[in-house]
Every structure is written in structure tokens, then in C-alpha cells.
Design a protein around this ligand. Structure first.
Ligand code: ARG
Length: 562
């Protein structure tokens, strides 16, 4: 039941249709504390048309609203506060969760629209780092949220498998590397050449010329360059896949930058036809002055194409392939300008759908307050972070529950889940520091805390030995009220998270629900054989269902026991 709708209807009836229901509906809010009602309607919007002070309108409304539909309706200054009938409310919401289960909160707003999500997209021959973790887990959570609300997400890993860095890498390999060495420890060795290249070219700038030559060769299809490139790409991809497996995240496409090599001529052609290309110091650019942006560099002096040229080709390819309703790019905030330029050039090319492209940016992860960068070699290897998290989880499980069956599997789900949850509970744009000991704690605002709460709910249900039914769901206990309201809020919360591309809304919701449920459980006895037993267990079951669902939207597993 949509209670906001019920309230909007009550108000419209009381006002004898002087306002539109939808307008009222959008103003109905959930007050900060339950003391101010379960829902509230601010009357300011009516003051002008009704020529009355908001306080007056509020008291008048209270007189006219049919009180029988609510536990209580009262005016508080300019607000009308609604207190819902707890028994009716509890039956409704518990009945809904118990019957809809996993599907509770499903929506159809997406109208089956396809949504490519450009996510993860690490660079070949560099280890996947904490920076790419954010893109991977945020992208995956958005895909889950979109699927739940009726869209068809397409998860695309736009691998950084082309660009001048391959010239540097080949040059570095030729100078200092060997086949045996790379075979033994591919990613670390490739990274070593890359880091060394950047160190040595400070004193030997001629190295840069050599690197440029190699990349040029690669773009022209030179056999040796191509072989090395393919080899570097395949060993890198193997190592990325190990991490994706650990995270439990899959992709629908691995079409990286190189895929667009034969699709850029068309881009350049359209730009030429539309007279958008200008020469600037030998390079080809698109002027974006009227967008207040720097010019987009399409071709370098030596004819080499650039990152944005490949992104233009990719955007057009995705529109043709998926006819998307939106196209998302989950990429760090440091690339905000790049995506502004991308959209602006597409717009200039005459593609109206450039408005459906959304960059979903996010902040930096710092490690003990320091920025991470590949060039300096200050990388955190994600693989190592995940393994450490799993070890930490295992230690805590051994302390708390030494006899747990499947302890290794659970430790994996808890450790990896903790890392994912920690990333997602932070608002996207916030930067945050990563401290593993904080991340894997079983108490506080962590993933393990939510998993633990859900496992506890399951254990209560096991102990109860009672088959929960949908008869008798009235729960008048005031201790349960906060939890019931949280449950009722889940569908709305999901819609908000999708609209704002903000998985943290779901993570915070899961924390709230866990907290209110734990408070309920601390203050009320659940396993007493009386006439409300079924209703109480229905609440426990519903919390378990919704927590599991919320965690799964985030890409986090829910162990039955931990
Ligand atoms: N490989 C790039 C990087 O690591 C991210 C690519 C993002 N996607 C895109 N279509 N530009 O910085």
C-alpha cells in the first residue's frame, strides 16, 4: 500500500478537490522523528491560492480530514502530522513482504530500456587497483538496481587496451624485459617496466620518442608490436578475471578501446563533413568554446588518435547496438571534463541522444591519507586487499563461532562483502580512506554487521520451529514500529537510489534497518508462545528477506550463519 497516496487522497478530499492529488503527493514527507508523525504534509504550498496563513490551513485540514483512517492526525505549526494505525499498517506491510519475497521493491519505471554501463575498465599491463574497485562495485550495484526497476543493464568493461602507454611498455620490455620473466609473474613485471620507464625518461627524454615510435607501429599493424600487445593484453586479462571472480562480478562485454580502432575513421569523417575539425599546431581539434570547455583533441600531429576519439566511436557503437535509453559511465571524478567534452562533441555532431549519456563520477580512495598512483608505484593490489580481508574475517569467525560449518566459504563472503560494502556505503563523490581493520569489523557501520543481523534473524527463525503464515500479522508492539516503517520504505528507497545513481542510499538503508531490528530484538521478546508470535516471526522473516535483497543489490552475499 502506498501510504503517501492514501494521505494525499485524504487531503484532496478534505480540500474538496482544490488541489491536484499528484501535487500534494509529492509534498508528503517522512518526518525526522516518529514523534512528529509517520508522515507529514507541509501546507506552505497552499498559502498563496487559499489566501491563508499555513498554520491556519493546517488546523482547518485537521478538522476536515477523516480521522477514522488514522491513529491520529494533528497540526504542528504549518505541518499536518499523520500517525498511522499500527495494526493495519503492520498487517499490510508484512503481508506484502511475505508474499512478494525477493520481488518486494521491484518496479517497472525502466520500461525495459537498455542501459549500457561502462564500468571497471582497467588499463592493460597495470594491476587493477583500489581506484578501479570503486568503478567495478558501483557499476555492478547500479546494474542490479536498474535490473530491479525494469531496465536492462549491459555491463561493459571498456578495457584500456590501446594508447601511447603501450609504446612505453613495449620500449620498456625491449630494454629491460625478457619472455621468461614476464611469464613467471606477468602483471608485476609489466608494471615494473612501466614504472622504470617513467623514472628513466626523466633523464633520458629520448625514451619518449622511442615509445611514440612503437605506438605508431602498433597503430599501423606492425607484426612484432601487435604480437607483444596481444600477449600483454591476454596475461593482464587473466589476472583481472581472477579478481572479478573473487568479487563475484561478471560482465556482458569486454570490448575495450582497441575494439574501436577500425571505427574511428567514420567519426573523423562525420566531424569533417560537419566542418567541426580545426587544425591547431598540426593537430586536429574540435573547438568547444561555446560550451566553456577546452578543445577536444581528436588527432595528434603524427596522426595518432586519442582516448576521446575512441570514446566517440564507442558511444556511437553503443547507440547503434543497444538503442539505449541511457548510457552510463562509472568513471572517477578526475575525468569529469573528458565526459563533458565527449557529450559536447556528440551534440555538435548532431546526436540528440548525447543528452542520455551520464557520467557517474566518484571520489578517490586514499590509503592512510595518500593518493594512489600507478606511475609512482604506490599501488594497492586489490587481490591482496581481498585476501587480507578474507583472512581477517576468518579470524573473527574463529573467535565468535569456532564450530561453524563452511567457515572458509563464509569467510570469503564476509571478507569480500566487507570491502564492497565499505566502498558503497560512502556517497559516491566522497573520498574516503581505506583501513582494512575498520572495514571488516563485525560491529558499527559495516557490511559484516548487516550480514550478521540477517544471519541472526535466520537463526531466530530456525529456533522458533514455527512456519510463518500470512494469517495474524497484526503487530501492535511500539518497539517494532521503526522496523515496520523501514520495511515499508524499501521500494521508495530503491527508486531514489536509481534516480540518483547512488548505491550508498541502499547501504545506508540496510544499516538503518539492521539497527532498528536489533533494537527491537533487544527490547521485545520474540519467542514467546502467544497470539502475536506469528506476527513477530513474520517481522523477523521480513527483515531477513529485505536485508538479503538489499545486500544482493549491492553485490554482497548473505551467509545463513556466521
Ligand atoms: N581506462 C580508463 C582509466 O583507467 C577508464 C576508462 C573509462 N571508460 C571510458 N569509456 N572512457 O582511467
Amino acid at each position: 500500500m502506498d501510504y503517501k497516496k492514501q494521505i494525499a487522497q485524504s487531503i484532496v478530499t478534505a480540500l474538496e478537490g482544490q488541489v491536484e492529488e499528484q501535487v500534494v503527493y509529492e509534498k508528503v514527507e517522512v518526518p525526522k522523528t516518529s514523534k512528529m508523525g509517520d508522515f507529514a504534509f507541509p501546507t506552505f504550498m497552499l498559502a498563496k491560492t487559499m489566501h491563508k496563513a499555513p498554520q491556519m490551513i493546517a488546523t482547518d485540514l485537521v478538522d476536515k480530514i477523516n480521522q477514522n483512517d488514522y491513529e491520529k492526525v494533528e497540526a504542528a505549526g504549518p505541518y499536518v502530522n499523520f500517525f498511522m494505525d499500527k495494526s493495519a499498517f503492520s498487517s499490510e506491510i508484512l503481508q506484502t513482504v511475505l508474499t512478494e519475497e525477493d520481488h518486494f521493491g521491484d518496479a517497472t519505471v525502466g520500461d525495459n530500456g537498455k542501459v549500457p554501463i561502462d564500468m571497471s575498465s582497467p588499463n592493460i599491463a597495470k594491476p587493477i587497483s583500489m581506484g578501479h574497485l570503486r568503478s567495478t562495485v558501483i557499476g555492478n550495484a547500479l546494474a542490479n538496481l536498474l535490473a530491479k526497476t525494469g531496465y536492462q543493464p549491459v555491463k561493459i568493461n571498456h578495457l584500456g587496451d590501446w594508447g601511447t602507454q603501450f609504446g612505453k611498455l613495449i620500449e620498456g620490455y625491449k630494454l629491460w624485459g625478457s619472455e621468461e620473466e614476464v611469464k613467471a609473474d606477468p602483471i608485476n613485471k609489466l608494471l615494473e617496466y612501466y614504472v622504470r620507464f617513467h623514472k628513466e625518461d626523466q633523464e633520458h627524454p629520448e625514451l619518449d620518442d622511442e615509445a611514440r615510435k612503437w605506438f605508431k607501429k602498433l597503430e599501423e599493424g606492425d607484426e612484432e608490436a601487435t604480437k607483444l600487445w596481444e600477449w600483454f593484453r591476454s596475461v593482464s586479462l587473466d589476472s583481472f578475471k581472477q579478481i572479478y571472480d573473487k568479487l563475484g562480478i561478471t560482465f556482458d562485454s569486454f570490448k575495450g578501446e582497441a575494439f574501436y580502432n577500425d571505427k574511428m575513421d567514420e567519426v573523423v569523417q562525420i566531424l569533417e563533413d560537419k566542418n567541426l575539425l580545426k587544425e591547431s599546431q598540426g593537430a586536429e581539434i574540435v573547438d568547444l568554446d561555446k560550451y566553456n570547455l577546452n578543445p577536444a583533441l581528436i588527432k595528434k600531429t603524427d596522426g595518432a588518435t586519442l582516448y576521446i576519439t575512441r570514446d566517440l566511436a564507442a558511444a556511437i557503437y553503443r547507440k547503434r547496438t543497444y538503442d539505449f535509453s541511457q548510457s552510463l559511465y562509472v568513471v572517477g571524478a578526475e575525468q569529469i571534463n573528458h565526459f563533458k567534452q565527449l557529450k559536447a562533441v556528440l551534440k555538435e555532431m548532431g546526436f540528440d541522444w548525447s543528452d542520455d549519456i551520464h557520467h557517474v563520477p566518484f571520489g578517490l580512495i586514499t590509503l592512510n591519507g595518500k593518493k594512489l598512483s600507478t606511475r609512482s608505484g604506490r599501488v594497492v593490489l586489490l587481490d591482496k586487499v581481498l585476501d587480507d580481508a578474507i583472512d581477517l574475517a576468518k579470524k573473527q569467525i574463529q573467535d565468535k563461532n569456532p564450530d561453524l560449518a563452511n567457515a572458509d566459504k563464509v569467510a570469503h563472503e564476509v571478507g569480500v562483502g566487507a570491502v564492497i560494502f565499505h566502498d558503497l556505503k560512502n556517497e559516491r563523490m566522497n573520498s574516503f580512506d581505506f583501513d582494512l581493520n575498520e572495514v571488516v569489523r563485525f560491529e558499527g557501520e559495516t557490511g559484516p554487521y548487516v550480514q550478521y543481523t540477517r544471519a541472526r534473524a535466520e537463526s531466530i527463525l530456525r529456533k522458533a520451529e514455527h512456519q510463518v503464515t500470512t494469517d495474524g500479522l497484526k503487530l501492535a508492539d511500539p518497539n517494532a514500529w521503526e522496523t515496520l516503517k523501514q520495511l515499508q520504505n524499501y521500494p521508495d528507497t530503491i527508486l531514489r537510489a536509481v534516480k540518483e545513481y547512488e548505491p550508498s542510499i541502499i547501504a545506508k538503508y540496510a544499516l538503518h534497518l539492521s539497527k532498528s531490528f536489533n533494537q527491537y530484538y533487544a527490547n521485545s521478546k520474540v519467542l514467546v508462545k502467544d497470539e502475536q508470535l506469528n506476527a513477530r516471526l513474520a517481522l523477523v522473516k521480513s527483515v531477513s528477506v529485505v536485508l538479503e535483497n538489499a545486500l544482493s543489490l549491492l553485490g554482497v552475499q548473505s551467509p545463513e550463519e556466521m
